[in-house]
Ligand binder design. Structure first.
Ligand SMILES: [Zn+2]
Length: 64
């Protein structure tokens, strides 16, 4: 009798996506998917920093 005492995989700590609560994907830690990671990044950036984009807020009052 041979007992294969191999560990199937590295036991990752139970982590859930902070946004949707789904199991975290190691590739997108600490999020479950790129969607959530992207979403959070967007929130984070828009909340803390200003992203330099070509889209400038059209100031309608300036056209007057
Ligand atoms: Zn998620």
């Amino acid at each position: 009798m041979e007992d294969a005492d191999e560990t199937p995989a590295v036991r990752l700590p139970k982590a859930a996506c902070p946004l949707c609560g789904r199991p975290v994907d190691p590739r997108y830690r600490p999020f479950c998917s790129r969607t959530c990671a992207d979403r959070d990044l967007g929130h984070w950036l828009s909340g803390r920093y200003r992203i330099p984009t070509d889209e400038t807020p059209a100031s309608e009052s300036d056209e007057f």
